[in-house]
Design a protein around this ligand. Structure first.
Ligand SMILES: CC/C=C\C/C=C\C/C=C\C/C=C\C/C=C\C/C=C\CC/C=C/C(=O)SCCNC(=O)CCNC(=O)[C@H](O)C(C)(C)COP(=O)(O)OP(=O)(O)OC[C@H]1O[C@@H](n2cnc3c(N)ncnc32)[C@H](O)[C@@H]1OP(=O)(O)O
Ligand SMILES: Cc1cc2nc3c(=O)[nH]c(=O)nc-3n(C[C@H](O)[C@H](O)[C@H](O)COP(=O)(O)OP(=O)(O)OC[C@H]3O[C@@H](n4cnc5c(N)ncnc54)[C@H](O)[C@@H]3O)c2cc1C
Length: 664
């Protein structure tokens, strides 16, 4: 018998080839096939079950995480999965774990900042997980200000060792994932001191726990920092604290690609810029942008499928009520998020390319594109995670009351996702880095230095400062060059206005601090331009499949025009468009929503998420929401007994007292 599909009618309405769209979303046919196979492998394995995890105590959740990580590792070995497949498997297991930090930061830190001898020594052990590592940078007193870290690594020429020490309470390492209970090793960031001189923050490989008994080594105090936001969620991770009491490590455990300390204790700064010490953060920020599209797509998939099932009001002659997805307000809240998921996917692909390119250049000692890579990763990490965090909450609201149920999947997704706005760089702090980069670019405009890459548009500042938008009718807003010019003109005009205001301050740093809220807005305008332009560039590619390109064009226009509508004040105040042109953009946006509507379910099907990964009754593929909600309610432990525990002690006495009072 064919399974019920409550979305069958919706799926029939789609105007494009779904299989081809799945390939576009995955990046290539090969990626699609790999990811589909691995997702199904995880979904069908009972060890990876996750529907009960919000009910677990912290200890049970943590043990469950260890069990899943061990099982995942066994599957990776048994099935001889490639590194790419193994990463996919971990992400489909979908439970934050120490392995994220081991593979995502510890190994990349050694690769990026270690010498070839250090690679040879440490990487084979790390790849086999004979050692497990974390990334211990943040301290109780300092996170954003990395130069303010207090842990010291003092070189002792007598013994050829570093002495690692936590001189104050605030120097305690605080937050590193995987540190609390699991890691045997860490890359620790500490101030390097030689001959009484402070050379700033560098990375050191430090063993924390015994490899036989897992006990902390002498001089090391280590533990978990405690429960975090929400139930389940990020509490599967052992974010830790760490203190050193004069712990000794050999000199060759300082990561020495950027700077070296010789046997005599001489500090040698190589030609490599010191910012490469921050390289692991740049790498992870880039991955976070792709992850943002996944998390956003997940929330949007749940809200879209549920909005097609849910009906409220408007029944005619006893017929069905209106599907809430047909309300224009629902569409205007949901479809820009759907478009953003696609937009972030494509900008994530591009950022990966940029990162690979800069890495290859760095290997050839070409550091010229490092500032741009830093600005793009910092800005896009900040923008995409802020939008995604807000969007998950919006999707919860789009699902009405049922969105607040844990089994909608949205509360846990939100709780897991929101720290992304803080870790790997607080989002405001990162936008200020972008603003610095932009102000520097503007200040060099007159010098003959031509801006390149994502700031190339500033080279056309003269034109962009005075160009006039030519839109006369709503449909004029569908022209890619019109959209692009409006976004470029807005970004350049806001940048130059801020640069002029900065010029009025005698001390530039005072000006930067005073104008920082405006500078954040400038950085956002620049980042939005990058996302819009990369979406438009994607559309220049050959995209096969009936109707696929057309749908992407619609989504690209939705993405750009909803931003224009949301930031209308910026566009009008800078004179890039008139208020009437803003109104025409909004008119066009409404027409676009009507074009998205019949394709909405298929557009979220294209994410190819299994029900296991989605973890949401509201978002289940077959749309059989009510029956599943009803069945699930009976599985709650509170329903194990008809009369709740505590009735005799606490409820009955009150009820009886009430009866007595009533009788009086
Ligand atoms: C239950 C499950 C259910 C559902 C699951 C669902 C979904 C899950 C979905 C998604 C999860 C998402 C992602 C997970 C993926 C991986 C992550 C896993 C875990 C995360 C763990 C987190 C780890 C961390 O947080 S590590 C610590 C990170 N710390 C920071 O980021 C600190 C931020 N601060 C800084 O970076 C710097 O201090 C600074 C702010 C940049 C300032 O530095 P500094 O003072 O030194 O620099 P200046 O401002 O003076 O600038 C000098 C100069 O340098 C340039 N510069 C600065 N940084 C860099 C750089 N990185 N690269 C290159 N250049 C740099 C700067 O621009 C200046 O240049 P100029 O001199 O030219 O102006
Ligand atoms: C779940 C989670 C996992 C983490 N994992 C790790 C890990 O594995 N390893 C690790 O080393 N660290 C980790 N961290 C730490 C994380 O990197 C830091 O918390 C983060 O970098 C922010 O730093 P902070 O906590 O010092 O925030 P703060 O800088 O204290 O921020 C507080 C407020 O001050 C504002 N602010 C700060 N500086 C400025 C400024 N210059 N201008 C304007 N406003 C400013 C911020 O915008 C924010 O609103 C993790 C954190 C979390 C929440």
């Amino acid at each position: 018998m064919e399974a019920l599909d409550y979305h069958a009618e919706e799926r029939r309405k789609a105007e494009f080839n779904l299989d081809e769209m799945k390939i576009v979303w995955a990046g290539s046919r090969r990626n699609y096939e790999l990811s589909d196979r691995v997702a199904r492998l995880v979904a069908s394995d009972p060890v990876f079950r996750k529907d009960n995890r919000t009910m677990l105590t912290r200890k049970d959740l943590f043990k469950d995480t260890l069990r899943k990580a061990a099982h995942a590792w066994k599957r990776i070995i048994d099935l001889r999965l490639s590194e790419e497949e193994a990463n996919m498997l971990r992400s489909y297991v979908d439970q934050p774990a120490f392995t994220d930090l081991h593979w995502g930061m510890f190994i990349p830190a050694i690769k990026g900042q270690g010498t070839s001898e250090q690679h040879e020594k440490w990487l084979p052990m790390a790849y086999k997980m004979q050692i497990i590592g974390c990334y211990a940078q943040t301290e109780l007193g300092h996170g954003s200000n990395v130069q303010g870290l207090e842990t010291t690594a003092t070189f002792d020429p007598q013994t050829d060792e570093f002495d690692l020490h936590s001189p104050t309470l605030t120097s305690s390492k605080w937050w590193p994932g995987g540190l609390g209970k699991v890691s045997t090793h860490a890359v620790v960031y500490a101030r390097l001191i030689t001959g009484g001189q402070d050379h700033g923050v560098h990375g050191f490989i430090v063993q924390l726990r015994g490899l036989d008994d897992h006990l902390p080594l002498p001089g090391i105090t280590v533990g978990d920092i405690g429960m975090k936001f929400g139930s389940g969620a990020y509490n599967s991770m052992d974010n830790g604290l760490l203190r050193f009491d004069h712990v000794r490590i050999p000199r060759n455990q300082m990561l020495m690609r950027v700077s070296q300390v010789t046997r005599e204790g001489k500090f040698v700064q190589s030609d490599v810029p010191r910012q490469l010490v921050y390289g692991t953060m740049v790498y992870v920020r880039q991955t976070i942008v792709s992850d943002a599209s996944c998390a956003l797509a997940r929330a949007v998939c749940i809200a879209t499928r549920y909005s097609a099932v849910r009906r409220q009001f408007g029944s005619q002659n006893g017929g069905p009520e209106i599907q809430v997805i047909d309300y224009k307000t629902q569409q205007s809240r949901l479809f820009p998020l759907l478009a953003s998921a696609y937009a972030f996917r494509f900008v994530g692909e591009w950022l990966k390319w940029l990162y690979t390119d800069v890495t290859q250049r760095l290997q050839a000692n070409d550091f010229s594109t490092l500032p741009e890579a830093h600005a793009c990763t910092a800005g896009l990490k900040s923008m995409t995670t802020s939008v995604t965090a807000d969007a998950i909450e919006e999707c919860r609201k789009l699902c009405g009351g049922h969105g607040y149920l844990s089994n909608s999947g949205l509360p846990e997704l939100f709780a897991v996702y929101i720290p992304t706005c803080t870790y790997e760089g607080d989002n405001v702090v990162l936008l200020l880095q972008v603003a610095r980069f932009l102000m520097k670019t503007v200040s060099q405009l007159g010098s003959g230095k031509k801006p390149v890459g994502t700031t190339a548009y500033m080279g056309r500042a003269e034109h962009l400062m005075q160009c006039r938008c030519e839109v006369e009718m709503a449909q004029d807003w569908l022209k890619p060059s019109t959209i692009l010019e409006a976004f470029e003109a807005r970004a350049v005009r806001m940048s130059i206005a801020c640069a002029k205001s900065l010029g009025k301050f005698s001390n530039p740093e005072d000006g930067f601090a005073e104008l920082s809220p405006d500078l954040v807005e400038v950085a956002i305008a620049h980042c939005q331009l990058i996302v819009v332009s990369k979406f438009l560039e994607k559309l220049q590619q050959d995209i096969p499949g009936k109707g696929v390109k057309r749908q992407l064009e619609i989504l690209c226009n939705v993405y750009a025009l909803h931003l224009l509508h949301k930031h209308l004040g910026d566009f009008v105040a800078t004179g890039c468009i008139t208020p009437n042109q803003g109104a025409l953009a909004n008119e066009q946006l409404r027409l676009l929503y009507a074009q998205v509507r019949p394709n909405a379910i298929a557009l979220v099907d294209a994410f190819n998420y299994t029900d296991h990964y989605l973890g949401s009754i509201l978002g289940c593929y077959d749309g059989n929401v009510y029956q599943k909600l009803y069945q699930e309610a009976w599985k709650d432990p509170l329903n194990d007994t008809v009369v709740p525990d505590g009735y005799l002690e606490y409820l009955r006495p009150i009820l009886k007292q009430h009866i007595r009072t009533a009788r009086l």
